[in-house]
Design a protein around this ligand. Sequence first.
Ligand SMILES: [Zn+2]
Ligand SMILES: [Zn+2]
Length: 119
Amino acid sequence: MSDDIDADAFRPEVIDDLPVVTCTRCDAEWDLEFELEELYAGNQAVEQFALDHMRHTGHYPDDVTPWIATCRQCPAGEAFLGERPARRWARTHARHTRHEVEVEHGSGVRDTVDVPDGT
Ligand SMILES: [Zn+2]
Ligand SMILES: [Zn+2]
């Protein structure tokens, strides 16, 4: 297959090395061709897959530990695969609603984002 490198360079839709996600709870394995081709998810394909898997099955696939932002005062909450977007969501929610939000990660991190001061 190494002879094809030049040809593939002109066909960016050809992906040699599809990321594979496994889930022991589902006892299944997926390549991310759908995410990469249909959703144009690019580098976020794994993240997109994990969030979709959660949305549709209620759990995350293997090797995915989400950051979860949960409001303490209302039902709002979101899961993220990165710390930064989780904290941004928490800060934004706190800023707009003046609710305290908890940010949590499976590794044991648990933080509270306080309502910002200032009127
Ligand atoms: Zn699963
Ligand atoms: Zn809230």
